[in-house]
Design a protein around this ligand. Sequence first.
Ligand code: AMP
Length: 400
Amino acid sequence: MKILVLNCGSSSLKYQLIDMDGEKVLAKGLVERIGIEGSRIKHTKTGLDAVTREVPFPDHSAAIKYVLDILVDPEFGVLKSLDELGATGHRIVHGGEKFTKSVLVTPEVVKGIEEVIPLAPLHNPANLMGLKAVMDVLPDKPNVVVFDTAFHQTMPPKAYIYGIPYEYYEKDRIRRYGFHGTSHGYVAHRAAEILGKDIKDLKIVTCHLGNGSSITAVDGGKCVDTSMGMGTGEGLLMGTRSGNVDPLVMITLMEKLGDAEKVSEVVHKKSGLLGVSGVSSDLRDVEEAAEKGCERSKIAQDILITGVKKYIASYAAEMGGVDVVVFTAGIGENGITFREAVCKDMEFMGIKFDAEKNNCRGKEVVISAPDSKVTVMVVPTDEEMAIARDTKKCVEEAGK
Ligand code: AMP
């Protein structure tokens, strides 16, 4: 079965066409600036150089039509006709409490995604635009939706209820949902597979560290806690997001700036590595500046390192131990000095690090010593493959 995986942002669209027979990526691409002047598409057919074209895309529907055309193009395409396409898998950021797993799209499912828009006002409408455009252009092909929040729906109330009056949970659904669930689920399962162990027998802490970062406690294959919350700002310090702050900080900023939108701009877009260092939201730049003596960059770097250490140790305490720690995403897969700094002085909890094995980027590798009680690994994430697998499973289960 050939599956198209789509990830739609408000003005962008990422796609991959995957042949599930052998799990091969046949083509992938990115459409940017949809609805904005200067829109363009970058398309790569596996084995060929990427091609970039400037094309006016007034909306997602136009972009999707173009993507489908290029997939059957005699030169850059990978399909003879769209009949070869088995299904489309869509990344949906928020599934609220309604969606605990990936599902085949029906009119009720679309309604359900619309109902949780208030919880993800920036992301869900964009995701829905992509879904509706595909339903429009390919009305006879099945669609599956895969939610970033679904993996975290197994958390117990003690992990997802905030310590505010319970009625805010009951009436307004204010609770911790967690994000990057597709990635956490994928790397946890992959880690167990690489180690040749049953995930049911493992306590795993997965560290998805990129521009946005979150850490998850996975006990026996199920998420029991995660660092992101109702939105994507809770937990660790990130590229431009503050992570955890005292409520008084928010109240003070509210009084100072006088408007929720401005406070949101500060804590989501001007904080984190960028806000503290004053240099960049990219850890590579911050590390370089710290190396050259920039004090604020050193502080920013240390906040993130300490934050990751705290979550690993606290999730180990919560699960009554930890067998595996997994690093993934941009920083987790590539940050050699960062990983070393996190794992340093963690022998007290059974982490014995191997600096030589750690000297690698973007590969599946164990970076702890053979006699380390806790296995530390790098597992590159592959959210598209995880979406494609779920899509295939849902379509097959439905007998489509
Ligand atoms: P992602 O959001 O997963 O694409 O991750 C992007 C982030 O990964 C960038 O903002 C960088 O901070 C980080 N990153 C990428 N390469 C490296 C590296 N070699 N060392 C440290 N951080 C890196």
